[in-house]
Design a protein around this ligand. Sequence first.
Ligand code: PAN
Ligand code: ZN
Length: 191
Amino acid sequence: MSFGSKIDAVKNLLEPFTNHKVVKLSSLRDYFSEPNEADRVLKERGDVVVYEYYERIFGEGGGHINFGLTVMYPGKIGREYFLTRGHFHEKDAAEIYVGLKGVGYILMQTRDGKVEARVIEPDTVVYVPPGYGHRTINTGTEPLVFFFAYPSDAGHDYEAVKEKGFAKLVVEENGKPKLIDNPKYLMSPMV
Ligand code: PAN
Ligand code: ZN
């Protein structure tokens, strides 16, 4: 085990890492409010990379802190900006995000519908409290790059967000990002 990694701020990567995941548009189609628009972009531009992340995972057991670097590319599907899948931690574990490049939002939401949103940009630290599902959105024209760290036994639950979505969408209006209510959001608790 080496005692750290290096962030390459020019190439937007973290080394060494134990896990590198690339998330492409085709796998995010149903996360967008207009999946038909996603189909149109897929046809026009192909299966573009929406985001990727590098993680240093020290195990599933407790006691460690896993960390990593996420790189989100700029883009929109209809009016909605590129987004991450979003998840809850299985244990009530918090997370820290540190903005390094670009600009966007972190949407946070409890299973019973409390919603918070914070801007993430360079020199911003966002604390995601235990119990808040979280998703990141790139509202800029450059890659959004951020560092994250969470307890190694947090676990990741993707199902609740996949089924019910988030209560808010981040869309472009008059050239600027705006949070609006998600008309398709299912109000029932995300259990
Ligand atoms: C982050 C996210 C990362 C990608 O590392 O996992 O930005 O987002 P999704 O996991 O929602 O695809 C984090 O919050 N880890 O817990
Ligand atoms: Zn997380």
